[in-house]
Design a binder for this molecule. Structure first.
Ligand code: SF4
Ligand code: SF4
Length: 135
């Protein structure tokens, strides 16, 4: 499927919300792929970090909010340090988590997990999940 960036896409409320929450200019990304090449978690991701930015540019709301990757990201900031355009990809991913958490939607139901299950979960998923109880 070929989708181009248009004025409508740039002004899509979902795209604007990601930019507002993350403080990042999504259009600065030129898809060099350096963020994904350095990410230690890509083997577990269904959408790679550079693809997350591309999907965000295009306003692919469902694909992003249903993605496993936004919960797999461990906020190590490797991608941020590698981006030649100065984009903080980790903040974009955090913005996507925030959009879901503000709707009280979560990837995990912490209160229903056993101690053993919690040990297998990426720390950021647990931390993000706990935020809904405190924010
Ligand atoms: S912050 Fe997330 S997306 Fe970026 S390199 Fe680390 S795990 Fe990968
Ligand atoms: S490193 Fe930066 S410019 Fe390159 S694909 Fe990732 S976000 Fe885009």
């Amino acid at each position: 499927m070929r989708v181009n960036i248009s004025k409508n896409k740039i002004e899509d409320p979902f795209v604007l919300k990601i930019q507002e929450l993350s403080g990042q200019n999504l259009l600065a990304c030129y898809q060099c792929g350096k963020c994904s090449a350095g990410c230690p978690a890509v083997s577990e991701m269904d959408i790679l970090p550079n693809q997350i930015i591309r999907y965000a540019q295009l306003g692919f709301k469902n694909e992003l909010l249903e993605s496993r990757s936004i919960w797999i990201c461990e906020s190590c900031f490797m991608c941020n340090s590698r981006c030649p355009k100065g984009i903080n990809i980790a903040e974009v991913i955090e913005a996507l988590r925030q959009i879901l958490l503000r709707k009280r939607k979560d990837h995990l139901e912490v209160e229903k997990m056993s101690g053993d299950e919690k040990e297998d979960v990426p720390p950021i998923a647990l931390i993000s999940s706990m935020r809904k109880f405190t924010s």
